[in-house]
Design a protein around this ligand. Structure first.
Ligand code: WT7
Length: 632
């Protein structure tokens, strides 16, 4: 087992070691796992190329470490505790032995369907236990999983399948979300019509049993292909640097990129961070409310907890069904000890009033986690007082899809907490602030761009099929450093507060979105000539989506706004729909034709009084028009 940090001195000592001799530090942690063949070097790296390798030539399988190695002493302990959408239905428990058997059956089924090591398998599934099982089954046989959040549109799904050249899609028939039944298979059918030429098989898990259209050539039922398979499947011997998964995420330009994580480093880092950030103790029930379609679900519902031999709760439903007490009801019912959610959920539930959480016994909660976006002070205090009753430290965890695991966070009971501060870097993480010239700002009480100096085991290795993009986005802005895209402040005691993105990426309800992506979708409407999208402060979502649209030959009314929203829903999914659409005749541009987003952001944020100098614009007059018709 990876080291469990005991107290502040222990943290400081480990941090010091991890900076002075990172290789020795991670070698010690890595040695606590089962390797089929020992690695012969801990780390080689070159951020110029970039080329980062951890645990070179080591052979392993992450599922052996997640499951098999726990069978000796935890075969009957619950690994996955699955809570259904409808509280009237029974929770389902998978012990480590049962999880082993289900994963092996699924792995054998995938093999029988022609999936081999290195093949890509795309998932489009609700939060059913079979999603976790099949993800692990891929890892067991060396197939590369790429989970697509089931709220994305058919077009977005097809784009990802095509980029990954996936051989299989695994989906459900329907997705139970609150009172709704969402036709998941139908979206996959549409995606198959738009693209997905590489897909040979669509494996369909029967979730509700309602009728679906069937393509007899490619569609296969899960229960027919998997249920009869053997419960034994030897884990594939993987190189530490073999690909484990691709996860698509948005950037400031172009299409979403496929972030690539590899087996060995990801294993070591997610286990180490899980154990320490949540101070997990044997017997604890840990719950992360994320969806496995995002990195949080990968690292802290599936891999981290299972690697640490924990009991991980997986919830199918939504926080507001049958009412806004659902999260707290589940905490009470299962005596949840660590609860990890997003600020947007905290704010939404806070708005429903204190009476709701007050009805439940939340005394089992020892640690509260926050992730995905900056948590505002009000939400932090509410979470602390009303949910944690002042007894459960809040770990405000900063990290990214690209980092694979938690990077900056308080450690509960070990380091102090301060509202809105992600606080201190994990051992092994050399977080620095730089100015726009790339000079490191060493003093405290400064604001700058957040970079990381030395590789950590779960740093992204590439962006799938486009290594140059990976270099340009993360490694070329500042020489010798990984650039996060975030701005941050360091207080007088060295705690870090992550303020938010400094690029054209916005964070809507913890969902990361590129403004360019949303603009491209809006521009698909035939009557839209040009558009510009910015984020603005939104009480519940953190940031809302504000779109400026230039159009021709259309009445500028709500019916048109709805058409634009529908196009965005079709191209990306409902999560990307603009909250506000302002029709304009022009956009503020520099002499070289670049849109001045700074001005658009200020107007959308109701801060038009502080626009600064606009006289250098190509079309300064347009600013007055934008201000006059602003939707604020
Ligand atoms: C971006 C990464 C990390 C898993 C979920 C999101 C923002 C994330 C925090 C936090 C302030 C945060 C950053 C980051 N972010 N956590 N605790 N405080 N900002 O992963 O979709 O890759 O988004 O989310 O801006 O760059 P992601």
């Amino acid at each position: 087992m990876t080291t469990q940090i005991r107290d502040l001195d222990h943290y400081k000592e480990l941090y010091r070691q991890s900076v002075e001799s990172p290789e020795q530090f991670w070698d010690k942690e890595a040695k606590t796992f089962t390797w089929f063949k020992a690695y012969d070097e801990v780390c080689t790296w070159d951020f110029e190329k970039p080329a980062v390798k951890w645990f070179l030539n080591g052979k392993m399988n992450i599922t052996y470490n997640c499951i098999d190695r726990h069978l000796a002493d935890k075969a009957d302990q619950v690994a996955i505790l699955w809570e259904p959408n409808d509280p009237k239905d029974e929770a389902v428990r998978y012990t480590y032995q049962e999880l082993h058997d289900e994963v092996c059956k699924c792995a054998n089924g995938l093999k029988a369907l022609g999936i081999e090591k290195g093949d890509r398998v795309v998932f489009y599934m609700p939060m059913v236990a079979e999603l976790a099982i099949a993800v692990l089954a891929c890892a067991r046989i060396g197939a590369v999983h790429s989970v697509v959040f089931a709220g994305f549109s058919a077009q977005a799904l097809a784009d990802r399948v095509d980029d990954a050249k996936a051989k299989m899609i695994i989906c459900s028939d329907f997705n139970k979300r609150g009172a709704k039944n969402i036709a998941v298979k139908e979206v996959v059918d549409q995606a198959m019509n738009i693209g997905c030429k590489s897909v040979e098989t669509v494996l369909v898990h029967q979730n509700t049993g309602a009728e679906v259209t069937w393509n007899t050539e490619k569609d296969k039922w899960w229960h027919k292909e998997i249920n009869h398979q053997s419960t034994i499947c030897a884990p594939e011997e993987m190189d530490a640097e073999d690909m484990l998964f691709i996860l698509y995420t948005s950037g400031s330009t172009g299409k979403p990129k496929g972030v690539v994580h590899t087996c060995g480093g990801y294993m070591v880092y997610t286990c180490f961070t899980f154990k320490n950030v949540f101070q997990y103790q044997p017997g604890d029930i840990y719950w992360c409310t994320a969806d496995i379609g995002w990195i949080t679900g990968h690292s802290y519902i599936v891999y981290g907890p299972l690697l640490a031999g924990a009991t991980t709760l997986m919830f199918e439903g939504v926080p507001t069904f049958p009412d806004a007490g659902r999260f707290w009801e589940i905490c009470e019912k299962h005596k949840v000890n660590q609860f990890y959610t997003a600020p947007t959920a905290i704010r939404a539930l806070m708005a429903c009033g204190d009476d709701i959480p007050n009805k439940y016994d939340l005394s089992s909660i020892k640690v509260l986690g926050s992730v995905g976006e900056p948590i505002n002070e009000e939400a932090w205090h509410w979470y602390d007082k009303k949910i944690g009753k002042g007894n459960a430290p809040i770990v405000d965890t900063w990290w990214q899809t690209e980092t694979g695991g938690i990077m900056i966070t308080p450690l509960p009971g070990i380091t102090d907490t301060k509202p809105t501060f992600a606080s201190y870097p994990m051992p092994g993480i050399q977080a620095v602030l730089v100015n726009s010239e790339g000079q490191e700002l060493k003093e405290n009480n400064v604001e700058g761009l957040l970079c990381i100096k030395h590789p950590w085991p779960s740093i992204l290795r590439t962006t799938y099929g486009d290594h140059e993009r990976c270099r340009q986005v993360y490694f070329s802005p500042f020489k010798g450093m990984y650039f996060t895209g975030d701005g941050a402040r360091r207080d007088e005691d060295g705690r870090i507060r992550v303020i938010g993105r400094v690029d054209d990426v916005i964070n809507v309800s913890g969902h990361r979105m590129g403004t360019a992506e949303v603009e491209n979708a809006i521009n698909e409407h035939p009557q839209v000539i040009e558009s510009a999208v910015v984020g603005y402060p939104h009480e519940i979502k953190g940031q809302g989506i504000y779109a400026y649209v230039i159009s021709q030959g259309k009445a500028l009314d709500d019916a048109f706004r709805k058409e634009i929203s529908d196009v965005v829903r079709r191209e990306i999914g409902p999560i990307a729909k603009p909250d506000k659409i302002q029709f304009v005749t022009g956009l503020p541009k520099t002499r070289s034709g670049k849109i001045m987003r700074r001005i658009l952001r200020k107007i959308a944020s109701n801060d038009a009084a502080n626009l600064g100098d606009v006289s250098t614009l190509l079309n300064p007059d347009v600013v007055e028009e934008l201000k006059k018709s602003a939707l604020v």
